[in-house]
Every structure is written in structure tokens, then in C-alpha cells.
Design a protein. Structure first.
Lengths: 349, 309
């Protein structure tokens, strides 16, 4: 059983504190994704867990072992690097068997386990090639293969897909998800791509500036973000946020109470274009971006900043058109002056 | 072709000018390379041809007359003159001692100094400084330090109870001394090359290996060392070539002595040409050295090509 427990973990490089007190529990077999903007400390946190970076403060437990001072190799985890870190002078077979070899496994055992991993990842035919003779996706698979050969308790991934093109990324994402379902290892996965996070994660950890902003299932983060940052980070295109003041009267007219909230948020996909009679908000389309399935409208509301509105179907309003927007009360997000969510009543489906 | 234009005057289809763009670029190209090319012809190719010619002649500067003797000078060196083989032996010993010591030390220093730490620039400078120090100053200082009983080296050895030899007065010790002092002078250069190579190896390789349980030694032997192979090869060849061409160091430290114990090829050539004025014989020796260095260069090229495929 491989739980992972992080208690008040901190990391400083010199005087700069990069990780500022992280608390987290990862259950056995769980797929946890760290997301956050560039420089927020995702990689650093992952490397602290792996043992490649020392821990400045706090505790890290893997299973029932406190591993703060345990060497990286003895923590029972494997890591897939963004660069893949495949040794260029070794074949795929040797790359995958490297860890077993340095741990002095017998050649037969190495052979058996490499073959098994190769079969799992459909690398059988590539075993005698060198990394430079592989495509990006194949290299990625070899890197994953090298990780699973050692039969680790925990998998760590640091932006493993960011060197792939968009199409391949979607494909490898599905493969990683499938692999996790099959092997069931506890997995921690770093990305700054929130779609990757949403699609893969059992739970997402949103980081900012070395702190956790929110932890929850993709659905929770989407439906009930704890704060403006998470609300805008999760979901694409990002949530429209404006001061409550700017739209107070339309909201009141529609019968939505805003309590003490100072900011209101509405997701572009939750705004519907309706007839004037039903409309809650009203504005002028300034830009209409055709997206294939529909259009992304930039709508200038009176007294409010531009709102993005997703419009499906072919009959998108043109720039200059006046549109009326409606939404349901459960899709209205309210935040206080500090950006914290004002949760009104449980409304999660 | 002539034709009429609107105003009724004839215009001739313009003839292509002699100075086309292509010609012009060609001329400019030659002008740009000409300084080097002329220099090469006068100062390199010319002397080279002259040496080939001299090596086939008997020419003593003192007697001033030149006679064509065919391969006699080569025959003399390879079969008659016992000095020649001792000189070759010395050169090989010098190279065999210097190259591994230089490379091992350079690599060790590079491993220690590739990664930044407080004071790293200071240490890199310390080890590189001798490379750009005057060979004369270096040799004089070491000659002084390596004096018999009064030398600093022996005095230091004496403090730990070792009775040091008279370094530069005994053939074998003299060879050891010139090798070591030469290594100390030149090691910085290879160190820099190794540092550059080490810095170009992504940190990820090392970290991936460490995560998989490799010890420091395994990381070095199974990851770093193989990735350094191209650099090691180049360093090996240029250091070997350099060691075959060593002259100033020997000239200043031992003058080839004692008992010809440090008489190496380049110095022997100098001796024959400018002390004994046997220009023909010296030219033949120079050609032999040229062939040795050329062979080493070719070996390097072949190995490099193999390595890159
Ligand atoms: N070795 C180091 N020395 C000093 N500062 C560092 C070091 N490594 C990381 N940092 C700093 O720590 C912060 C977090 O870096 P980290 O690499 O963890 O960010 P990240 O969230 O992974 O970003 P990205 O999405 O760009 O990969 C950054 O501000 C970075 O400059
Ligand atoms: Mg990162």
C-alpha cells in the first residue's frame, strides 16, 4: 500500500522560499496532478518527493516510512522526465534495463522484465534501436517503459507530454490514463496544462507561489473553485470575473442575491444567448472568433469588462450586434474581496 | 536585337555585363581567402616541399654544397643511426607517460570543477594559468625547484623522510620530471575541454540514473564516461600529437640529457639541424615526424567518423 503523506513541506533556495508549507495526502493508487502557472514550484515539489531535491522543512512519508533523509533510489519511485532523459549511447533495451542492471539483477531477469514492459507499451519492435532513431511519441513510451520496469510503488511525471505536438499529446494522454488503470500505481503528475490535469486526474492540486490553492476532483475544482485564481485557472476559455458592482442591478432584477460578495464569475460556456425578454445581461459583440463548432464571442457589457461567451451553432451574432445573455443561478460564482469563494448553498450535482 | 521604342530611337538589348553577380562573388571570395592562402603557400607549403627536397639531399650548412642522395638520409635514420631508435623510444615513453597522466588529471579536475560552487572560477584559473604561462618561465622555475639536495621538491620530500633523487641529472628521473612538469603545465587545457563536455551533458541523465539506484561510480562509468567518448578521443589525439612535438620544454629543462635520457624527436631534429648543421638528415627526421603526426591525425579522423555513425 503506497500512500503518500506530505506535512508542511518547505523548500528554500538560499533566501528564496519556493515551497511554502504544503500539506497533502495521496491515497494508494490515486492519480494526482499538480497544476499551476510557470514557476509556482510544481517541479520543485515533485523533485522533493523524488529525492532529487533536499527538503528544507516539514515531513514526507511514503507508505509508513518517513523518507526525508532517504536516498532517491531507495524511495521506491520512478520518474519520467520532461526531456525523457534517455541515454543516447544505449539502445531502448539497455535504457529500459539500466535500473535493473545497476541493481545487479540477473541478465535473465532483466531480459524478462524489459520484454514484459515492452509488450505493455508496444515497444517490442523498437528494443534494439537507439533513442535518436525513435519518434517523439516512441521516446516518450520508452521513458515510461524505463519507469515501469523497476516496478515502482509511485510514478512521478514532470510535464511528460510537453515536448509532443498537440495530436500526439492527446494520444499519449489517453495511453497514460490507460496504463494507470491497468497498473494502478500511485501517480503524481505535473503539468501546466489544465486540460491534461482535468482529463487525467483523480484529484488536482492547484499550486501558486509555492502554496496549495485548492485540492479536489476535477469536477469539484470546476464547479466549486475555492477562489478566483482556481476559478480562472481551471476551465478553458477562462472564467469571466468582474466586480459585483458592475452587474449588481441586473443580478438583483433576476433575483440573484449577492450577499457580501465583491466579485462575480461566470464561465463562457454557461452563458446563453437569449431573447431580450429572458436576458439578464446585455452587451455588444466586439469580436467573434470562429472555432469550428461555434464561436467565441467577446461581449462588451455595460460597465463591466469584456465577457467571453461560447456560442454553439452556426448563427453566431456578428460584431456590433447587441446580445442578451442568461445563465442559471447555480453557475454564478461569487467571491469576496480577497478572492475567496462565497459558497451559498450546496449545489454540486 | 534592335527594336524601336515609343520615341522611335533604337535600343540595343543590353549585353550581359562581364562582371556578373556570380563572377563578382567569386572574385570577392578569392580576395577574402587570399591572405591566408598566400600565407599558407609561402610559410607552410613552400617549406614543406623544401623539406622533402632537403631530406633527399646531403646538405651540410658548413660545407655549403648540396648533393642528391635519394633515400640515404632515411636509411641512415632507420637502419644506421642507433640514436634514432633511442630518440623514438624516448618520444614514445614521453607520450605514454604524459598522455594518460594528463588525461586522467584533466578529467578528475574537470569533474571537480564542472559544476559551479563558491570559488570555482578561482580554481579553474589556477589550473589553467600554467597553460598561458611562458614556457621559459615555467621551465626555469621547475629546474630550480628540482635541483639536487637544495631543490624545494627534495627539501619537501626530506621532511617526510624521503631522500629525493637528483631529478634532472639521472636519465630515468629526468624523463619522469619532464613528463610531470609538462603535465602540470598543459593539463589545464584538457581540463577546460572536459569541463565544456561535462557541462553539455544534461543534468537529467545523471538524475535519472541516480533515481534508478546507480552509485556515483556507476553513473560515471555507465553514463558520463560513454558520453565523453568523443571528447576523450579528440583530447587523446591532440595530446599525443602535442607530446610528439614537444621541444621548448625539453630544450629548457634538460637539453635532451642526461645521457640522451630525454632526447625526444623534435629536440633531436633541432640538434641535428642547428647544432650539427646536418640539414639533410634533420629534414628526413622531420619528414618521419610529419608522417607519425599525420598517421595519428588520420586515425583520429577515422575513429571520429566511426563514433558519429
Ligand atoms: N536550483 C534552483 N535554484 C534556485 N531557484 C530555483 C531552483 N530551482 C527552481 N528554482 C525556483 O523555484 C521556483 C519554482 O520552480 P519550479 O521549477 O518548481 O517551477 P515549475 O512550477 O515547475 O515551473 P514550470 O511550469 O515552468 O516548469 C522558480 O521561481 C524557480 O526560479
Ligand atoms: Mg517544471
Amino acid at each position: 500500500m503506497t500512500r503518500l503523506t506530505v506535512r508542511n513541506l518547505t523548500k528554500s533556495f538560499g533566501k528564496i522560499e519556493v515551497i511554502r508549507g504544503i500539506d497533502l495526502d495521496v491515497a494508494d493508487g490515486e492519480f494526482v496532478v499538480f497544476v499551476g502557472p510557470s514557476g509556482c514550484g510544481k517541479s520543485t515539489l515533485l523533485r522533493m518527493i523524488s529525492g532529487l531535491e533536499t527538503i528544507s522543512g516539514g515531513e514526507l512519508w511514503i507508505g509508513d516510512r518517513k523518507v526525508n533523509e532517504v536516498q532517491a533510489a531507495k524511495r521506491g519511485l520512478a520518474m519520467v522526465f520532461q526531456s525523457y532523459a534517455l541515454y543516447p549511447h544505449l539502445t531502448v533495451r539497455q535504457n529500459m534495463g539500466f535500473g535493473l542492471k545497476v541493481r545487479k539483477e540477473s541478465p535473465d531477469e532483466i531480459e524478462r522484465r524489459v520484454n514484459e514492459a515492452a509488450r505493455t507499451l508496444q515497444l517490442d519492435k523498437l528494443l534494439d534501436r537507439y533513442p535518436r532513431e525513435l519518434s517523439g511519441g516512441q521516446r516518450q513510451r520508452v521513458a515510461i517503459g524505463r519507469a515501469i520496469v523497476g516496478d515502482p510503488q509511485v510514478f512521478l511525471f514532470d510535464e511528460p507530454l510537453s515536448n509532443l505536438d498537440a495530436e500526439l499529446r492527446v494520444h499519449m494522454r489517453a495511453e497514460i490514463a490507460a496504463l494507470h488503470r491497468r497498473l494502478g500505481n500511485t501517480t503524481i503528475y505535473v503539468t501546466h496544462d489544465q486540460i491534461e490535469a482535468m482529463t487525467l486526474a483523480d484529484r488536482i492540486v492547484v499550486l501558486r507561489d509555492g502554496r496549495i490553492e485548492q485540492v479536489g476532483s476535477p469536477k469539484e475544482l470546476y464547479a466549486r473553485p475555492d477562489n478566483v485564481f482556481v476559478a480562472q485557472f481551471i476551465g478553458s476559455p477562462k472564467m469571466n470575473v468582474c466586480p459585483v458592482e458592475a452587474i449588481r442591478s441586473p443580478l438583483q432584477r433576476a433575483g440573484f442575491s449577492t450577499g457580501g460578495a465583491t466579485q462575480a464569475g461566470l464561465r463562457p460556456e454557461h452563458l446563453r444567448i437569449v431573447d431580450e425578454a429572458e436576458g439578464i445581461l446585455c452587451g455588444r459583440v466586439s469580436i467573434s472568433e470562429y472555432t469550428g463548432g461555434g464561436a467565441l464571442l467577446h461581449v462588451e457589457l455595460e460597465g463591466a469588462p469584456v465577457f467571453l461567451v461560447e456560442n454553439s451553432g452556426d448563427d453566431a451574432p456578428q460584431p456590433g450586434d447587441i446580445v442578451h445573455l442568461a445563465f442559471s443561478g447555480s453557475d454564478l460564482h461569487l467571491f469576496d474581496a480577497e478572492g475567496r469563494a462565497c459558497h451559498r448553498e450546496p449545489e454540486l450535482a | 536585337m534592335a527594336s524601336l521604342n515609343e520615341t522611335g530611337t533604337t535600343v540595343r538589348a543590353p549585353r550581359a555585363p562581364w562582371l556578373t553577380l556570380k563572377r563578382r562573388e567569386t572574385i570577392e571570395g578569392w580576395l577574402f581567402v587570399s591572405p591566408t592562402l598566400i600565407g599558407f603557400l609561402i610559410f607552410f607549403l613552400g617549406p614543406l616541399i623544401a623539406v622533402v627536397f632537403y631530406s633527399l639531399s646531403e646538405w651540410n650548412l658548413l660545407s655549403q654544397d648540396t648533393t642528391f642522395v635519394g633515400l640515404a638520409n632515411y636509411e641512415d635514420a632507420l637502419t644506421q643511426n642507433p640514436d634514432f631508435w633511442q630518440v623514438i623510444r624516448n618520444s614514445v615513453i614521453f607520450a605514454a607517460g604524459l598522455v594518460p597522466m594528463n588525461m586522467a588529471l584533466a578529467l578528475a579536475l574537470a569533474m571537480a570543477l564542472a559544476r559551479p560552487f563558491r570559488g570555482v572560477v578561482f580554481f579553474r584559473t589556477i589550473f589553467f594559468a600554467p597553460v598561458v604561462t611562458s614556457a621559459v618561465a615555467w621551465a626555469i622555475v621547475w629546474k630550480f625547484l628540482l635541483q639536487g639536495d637544495a631543490g624545494a621538491v627534495n627539501q619537501m620530500l626530506a621532511t617526510v623522510g624521503i631522500d629525493g633523487p637528483n631529478w634532472l641529472r639521472e636519465p630515468n628521473w629526468a624523463m619522469a620530471a619532464v613528463i610531470v612538469t609538462r603535465v602540470l603545465k598543459m593539463v589545464g587545457l584538457n581540463m577546460i575541454l572536459y569541463i565544456a563536455a561535462l557541462q553539455s551533458i544534461p543534468r537529467d541523465y545523471e538524475e535519472a540514473a541516480r533515481l534508478e539506484g546507480a552509485s556515483e561510480w556507476q553513473i560515471f562509468r555507465m553514463v558520463i564516461w560513454p558520453l565523453l567518448a568523443p571528447t576523450t578521443l579528440i583530447i587523446m589525439v591532440i595530446t599525443t600529437i602535442g607530446s610528439f612535438k614537444v621541444f621548448d620544454h625539453i630544450y629548457l629543462m634538460t637539453g635532451g640529457g642526461p645521457e640522451n635520457g630525454t632526447l625526444v624527436l623534435a629536440f633531436y631534429i633541432y640538434q641535428q639541424a642547428f647544432e650539427f648543421f646536418e640539414i639533410g638528415y634533420a629534414s628526413a627526421l622531420a619528414m618521419i615526424m610529419f608522417v607519425i603526426v599525420l598517421a595519428l591525425t588520420v586515425v583520429q579522423l577515422i575513429l571520429r567518423q566511426k563514433g558519429s555513425t
